[in-house]
Design a binder for this molecule. Sequence first.
Ligand SMILES: Cc1cc2nc3c(=O)[nH]c(=O)nc-3n(C[C@H](O)[C@H](O)[C@H](O)COP(=O)(O)OP(=O)(O)OC[C@H]3O[C@@H](n4cnc5c(N)ncnc54)[C@H](O)[C@@H]3O)c2cc1C
Length: 406
Amino acid sequence: MAHKVVVVGSSVAGIRTAQALTADGDADVTVTVIGEEAEWPYDRPPLSKQILAGAWDRERIALIAEADAAAAGIELRLGVAAAGLDATARRVKLADGGVVGYDTLVIATGLSARPSPWRPESGVHLLRTLADSTNLKQHLVPGSSVVVIGGGFIGAEAAAAARTAGCEVTVVDPVAVPMARVAGPVLGELLSQVHARHGVDARFGVGVGSVTGAAGDLTVTLDDGTRLRAATVVVGIGATPNVGWLADSGLTIDDGVVCDEYLAAVGAPGVYAVGDVARWPHPVLGTLVRSEHWTNATDQARCAARNITHPDARVPYRPSDYVWSDQYDWKLQLIGRPVAGGQDALVGDLAGQRPQAAVLHADAAGRVCAAAVVNWPKALLQCRRMIAEGASLDQARERLAVPPRT
Ligand SMILES: Cc1cc2nc3c(=O)[nH]c(=O)nc-3n(C[C@H](O)[C@H](O)[C@H](O)COP(=O)(O)OP(=O)(O)OC[C@H]3O[C@@H](n4cnc5c(N)ncnc54)[C@H](O)[C@@H]3O)c2cc1C
């Protein structure tokens, strides 16, 4: 009898898991993917970039071709959510009343955008799904005013797309340098300046009190009393794991599905979790973490698939911790995880319209363990190698050739 794998979640983690499970044509595995979205599986990073900018169409972001899914024998059941899990009987209950049995279950249900706490009549947009992106795009017309609440990755990318479309854009965030949360203070400040240079009005260090009105005529009132008029508001204030359907399943749910180092879910045999919903012990940080980034989702898909198909030779998950963001013509790339008690070193030149620079981060022993790089993909590759080799900060500084100013 073929080993039956059911994957719940039809985005990048789920689809890449299904592909990895079927890659070597192993006839002993059957794979069914259950996806709540009726849309053919699509990739999310372009939603705040090329799709929002109108540069790419929907076909370009398909995660798998229909013919390839059929050839691999991957069954896709789209437009139906998993509503419950009986982990003892190894059965997934579907929202349409159906039941699907499994030998191994892979949970890849990702995140939902945190809902806006501000509820005017209309005009507030979130940005997580293809429908969100195509809907928002229609409102990014030249000259219209857009307020983006949240200056993290999604907010910053939405602001860049809106500004590029010719909108008047204001970004609000209670943190003084929002991108510093991910890129560190130096590059975070630099990225704030890029938005200012493109004409974005940044209101950082102040929160939002209320959003009132309706689409086309909204008022965003800040905590300091400032009132901003907007035709459209975009709220990018984070996302939360889709774990509601796992209540009473016996799995350990704590800000995601808690897993061991093999990505096996804690609390029931035969269950794995991958992608944004998985929380697992990070080998460097030594704590449970959840990653909300694309490369982690694809890396975990490969790892979990390998562990399912090689139960006697399972491998622990080793994250590359790679993240990127595109804003205007700037590319930010992060690799590794900064640790407490470490130190930073800047390589490169921060001046110029589009500087190329890297901030290296070394652990307490002086070994490079993370780097944040702007507009310098070659340095990112070198940093990746040096982190793997355990290079010292001095070695890394020497090896990274400073690029000429542009
Ligand atoms: C706008 C945007 C831009 C991004 N840009 C970048 C970037 O530049 N770089 C980067 O590294 N990362 C980026 N990311 C993050 C990246 O897209 C995610 O890390 C990745 O999508 C995670 O994949 P996932 O499959 O784990 O989860 P998700 O993509 O969240 O997919 C989960 C899927 O499961 C489905 N689902 C949920 N509950 C159920 C249920 N009960 N039953 C069935 N199906 C269910 C959902 O409908 C969804 O289709 C971006 C994300 C967004 C939203």
